[in-house]
Design a protein around this ligand. Structure first.
Ligand code: HEM
Length: 412
């Protein structure tokens, strides 16, 4: 592995690099090596720089200067009106920001519109399972990705998880809409705003005494971290759907991957780190995601907050025992135990024994009369759980949902 020089750090991370340069050598020893080859990426080649030391320099420097000069509240206000991909940017934005966004909103040359149309078909057909897996596989998994859990907990969003979830869910929702990346879609806007929000976090979080104390890094959200989180999304979701034996034609699976590759690019992840196939994605995830999953005090608290979210509104069936059991079923015993999720005597066996037959019946692979008899009693409950999950996520939002650049950290 090449060790970054102080100069490379400063170039990569802007002024933030100064914090990092000091103790890089020590943390570089502790983290797993990045040996994944850029040959397997959408770029097909690359410099092979270790993405743990690469952030988003252009965006980071710009947002840091906007924060330091107190312009972010006004920028957020103006950007609230920018919602559609093809819409002109509002007047009054600082010139450098306008130039940056005009550039960042361009789709890469490898965008494949036919695949995006197919991805929409897939999202429509599988939307309900996708809702559950984004929420319970990806969302809950984020609490056992230590760097992400700490970043989320100590950033502004950590103080209001409900708001944070609805904003994050906007991305999961937008990617599944028809024409997500077209002029009248919203996904490009969502990605670019998220990219700006991440740059804000990179500037603010190192100023949080709480984060400084808990974190084992100086600058959060490296390109490697983003790929880790990316794998907690499409890679993990596809693994779950395959495990549940949801039938997915190869072209739909490739199209779903494409929509997420494009999302990675639009979030500012370099093409040389984005896997070009599911095989490459799985091999990268085995290297960067699986080994780093671990409990942290912050992640345990976040998981508890997430499992309590349903009680904010009365959705009846989405009670805490159901959500706990669903989490244990989806993520497995080890992670559920890390998160101190108690066993549910009634619901754990129901999910373990009846979820797969439920999916099979729903998919027309199994006739309800041939399914375990208990499924007849809970079939509608499972259906309702899926439906209410979607409602739960959407109901917390102040419409229109607007992703913003944070100006503070979590005060606690
Ligand atoms: C904000 C998605 C990677 C930490 C956001 C938002 C979205 C998002 C949609 C805006 C939500 C909001 O404003 O509350 C993603 C996706 C990622 C990714 C799709 C990867 C593919 C990461 C990583 C970290 C991280 C790797 C940390 C290690 C944060 C934090 C915020 C944020 C702290 C701001 C919360 C706040 O202050 O309100 N992200 N993210 N994200 N993200 Fe990410």
């Amino acid at each position: 592995m090449e060790k970054p020089t102080r100069r490379q750090m400063l170039m990569a991370g802007g002024t933030l690099g100064a914090y990092g340069a000091m103790s890089l050598a020590a943390s570089a020893q502790a983290a797993p090596l990045w040996t994944w080859s850029p040959k397997g990426s959408v770029a097909g080649a690359g410099e092979g720089a270790d993405p743990r030391w690469v952030w988003d320099p252009e965006c980071d420097e710009l947002v840091a200067s906007l924060l330091d000069s107190g312009q972010v509240p006004n920028v957020n206000k103006l950007l609230k009106t920018w919602t559609k991909n093809g819409q002109a940017l509002p007047a009054g934005l600082p010139a450098e920001l306008r130039t940056f966004i005009e550039n960042a909103r361009q789709l890469p040359s490898w965008t494949d519109k036919a695949k995006l149309a197919k991805a929409f078909e897939f999202n429509q057909k599988r939307g309900l399972y996708l809702g559950v897996t984004y929420g319970f596989a990806s969302g809950m998994m984020s609490t056992v990705i230590p760097k992400e859990a700490r970043a989320v907990y100590y950033s502004k969003g950590g103080a209001d998880m409900r708001d944070r979830i609805t904003k994050t869910a906007k991305l999961g929702y937008d990617i599944g809409t028809e024409k997500a990346f077209d002029a009248d879609g919203e996904m490009i806007v969502t990605c670019v705003k998220t990219r700006l929000a991440h740059a804000g976090v990179r500037h603010l979080l190192p100023q949080s005494p709480y984060w400084q104390k808990a974190a084992d890094e100086e600058i959060p959200i490296s390109q490697a971290d983003m790929m880790v989180t990316w794998h907690s999304l499409p890679t993990t979701v596809m693994k779950q759907l395959t495990k549940w034996k949801v039938p997915i034609p190869a072209d739909e699976s490739a199209a779903f991957l494409h929509s997420w590759q494009l999302t990675a690019h639009m979030l500012g992840i370099r093409d040389e780190y984005i896997p070009n196939s599911w095989a490459e994605a799985n091999s990268q995830a085995a290297q960067v995601l699986d080994p780093i999953l671990a409990p942290t005090p912050e992640g345990i608290k976040l998981a508890d907050m997430l499992l309590n979210l349903a009680s904010f509104i009365d959705l009846g069936i989405l009670s805490k025992p159901v959500l706990r059991a669903l989490t244990r079923y989806v993520l497995g015993d080890e992670i559920a135990n890390w998160l101190k999720i108690p066993r549910e005597l009634v619901w754990d066996p129901i999910f373990a024994n009846l979820w797969e037959p439920f999916v099979a019946v729903r998919e027309g692979i199994l006739d309800l009369t041939d399914a375990p008899p208990q499924l007849r009693d809970v079939y509608w409950v499972f259906d309702e759980i899926i439906r209410q999950m979607v409602l739960l996520v959407l109901s917390g939002a102040d419409y229109p949902i607007s992703i913003q650049i944070p100006v503070t950290n979590n005060p606690n």
